[in-house]
Ligand binder design. Structure first.
Ligand SMILES: NC(=O)c1ccc[n+]([C@@H]2O[C@H](COP(=O)([O-])OP(=O)(O)OC[C@H]3O[C@@H](n4cnc5c(N)ncnc54)[C@H](O)[C@@H]3O)[C@@H](O)[C@H]2O)c1
Length: 481
């Protein structure tokens, strides 16, 4: 049973409907510049879709008694894992996986991802339950309890309470604004993204230093930090000989959005604190994740993971499968004239089942004190064209005719480029990848078909332009000031 509020002292006091509901601009105006004060809307925002009031969230914690006896396979040195962002796409699947493996897990999440949907009029294709319902169902199914701390890690007092209460051996940090298009909507979202991500990560580093100096930080970065250099991408570091002298240096970063830039800055801050304070950290430069199911999220409808398909939060393959399911052409970004498309643009991809396993491998094999490790976390590389072909073939098998449409590229990025990124370190630790088989496509496509009635086609097309930052996207139901 979900228990008492452990942090009543920092719990929010909400006005009772006297203040008008706040839109996103108010939220970010309150949130972004305020490093010390409240980042929470005073009276919550109205749901754009349902009209219901979305209660603001701030520094509240819900706790339950923990499982005390992990299986022998889990080392006591890494037994207690705090999953920041555990209500999100990667975090939810990871929290359940670690719990199933016998780790003692606590989720820390501000639930702000759900708020973005409310504000932008977007929503997950799969109907996800509230975090409280999810955890209750998990307890029912597995007999295992996952602690829950609801609050914003940019509020240090809240984070301090989480650390002191849970005393983690490892922190897996997924808790960031993770959409590049979101960060390119307008100034307020660019500022929000960098503030949320960079301040949140600095707070985690300070919390480790002050309350759990032995704690291992496993931080989710992205392969997008590297950009697309015309040489092989190494795992974090490159040895360079220059004017007769040789050194091993951080691999150059060429981020291509305010979101990606926030991740680059995170990496620098983490590397610095490893050196300065002896923090132990693993930076997982993750590729694009696809898929919905892990064995744990499949155990019950109430445990289902989110699946984003809209132009702001949907990632390439997930988006393609949803498009295919409703007969919408696959939207391959390229120049309007179709003469050159981004079909050769290549990225690293991985199955969500591998995301959870990679994180587990990193936790079970922690970095040494003072060590800053970087793993490139993806299993296969595909060009957009190859992905589109795979989806078309899988669609044929299900009797769906899949077409491809080239749409103007909203991003500023190389249209054709060399791409060869190393990814051996997680394999060396024992990762056995799930490759992008047609079976997986069937399962992604079948999920999309199952929930096709929920698809809102007006959310599919890319709506945010890197060059026209500040133009209100169509997904916004009402215009913001
Ligand atoms: N999904 C991908 O394909 C992908 C690829 C590469 C890297 N990543 C990285 O993995 C991480 C997780 O991605 P995801 O797809 O699960 O994102 P997501 O948006 O689904 O989940 C992020 C979660 O973090 C929470 N959160 C955000 N800011 C917070 C804060 N200040 N305090 C507390 N909670 C906060 C959100 O409410 C959300 O539940 C991100 O850091 C992202 O950059 C994801």
């Amino acid at each position: 049973m979900i228990g008492s509020c452990a942090f009543a002292a920092t719990a929010p006091r909400f006005a009772s409907g006297k203040t008008p509901a706040l839109g996103f601009a108010d939220f970010t105006r309150n949130a972004a510049p305020s490093l010390l004060g409240s980042r929470t809307p005073r009276n919550g925002a109205l749901s754009a879709r349902t009209g219901k009031r979305f209660l603001p969230i701030r520094a509240t914690a819900v706790k339950e008694a923990r499982n005390r006896d992990p299986p022998a396979a889990v080392s006591p040195d890494c037994r207690k894992v705090m999953v920041i962002g555990g209500d999100g796409y990667c975090g939810w699947a990871t929290a359940l996986h670690l719990s199933k493996q016998g780790y003692e897990v606590a989720i820390v999440d501000s639930l702000v991802r759900r708020l973005f949907d409310e504000q932008l009029g977007t929503y997950t294709l799969t109907p996800i339950a509230s975090i409280q319902e999810r955890l209750k169902k998990w307890k029912e199914k597995s007999g295992k309890t996952i602690d829950l701390f609801v609050g914003d890690i940019c509020e240090f007092q809240f984070l301090e309470s989480c650390f002191k209460s849970f005393e983690p051996n490892a922190v897996v940090h997924f808790g960031e604004q993770r959409s590049a298009p979101y960060s390119m909507i307008d100034r307020s979202r660019a500022v929000y993204t960098q503030h949320n991500n960079i301040v949140g990560t600095i707070n985690v580093l300070f919390a480790i230093k002050e309350f759990s100096p032995e704690c291992h930080l496993v931080k989710l970065g992205t392969m997008g930090e590297y950009g697309t250099p015309n040489i092989d991408i190494e795992e974090g570091f490159i040895t360079i000989t220059h004017n007769g002298r040789t050194d091993t240096l951080p691999y150059p970063k060429q981020a291509s959005s305010f979101y990606h830039l926030s991740k680059v800055h995170d990496s620098h801050n983490i590397a610095f604190t490893c050196k300065a304070w002896g923090v132990r950290a693993t930076d997982l430069n993750q590729g694009v994740v696809y898929g919905t199911f892990t064995p744990e999220t499949q155990e019950d409808e109430a445990l289902i993971n989110r699946l984003d398909y809209d132009g702001i939060f949907g990632t390439a393959l997930n988006r393609f499968c949803v498009q295919a399911a409703i007969g919408h052409p696959l939207t391959v970004y390229g120049k309007g004239g179709q003469a050159r498309t981004l079909e050769f643009s290549t990225r690293g991809y991985l199955d969500i089942r591998d995301t959870v396993r990679c994180v587990e491998l990193a936790i079970a094999n922690p970095a040494k004190l003072g060590e800053f490790r970087v793993f490139n976390q993806f299993t296969e590389q595909f060009s957009v064209n190859e992905l589109a072909k795979l989806v078309t073939k899988a669609g044929e098998k299900l009797g769906i005719e899949v077409k491809t449409q080239s749409v103007p590229n909203p991003r500023v990025e190389a249209e054709e480029h060399y791409y060869n990124a190393k990814h051996t370190k997680l394999m060396e630790l024992g990762l056995e990848p799930h490759f992008l088989s047609e079976g997986l496509l069937d399962s992604l496509l079948n999920v999309a078909i199952k929930y096709a009635a929920r698809i809102n086609t007006s959310l599919i097309m890319p709506d945010v332009s890197w060059k026209k930052i500040g133009v209100t996207p169509r997904t916004l139901v009402s215009k913001q000031p």
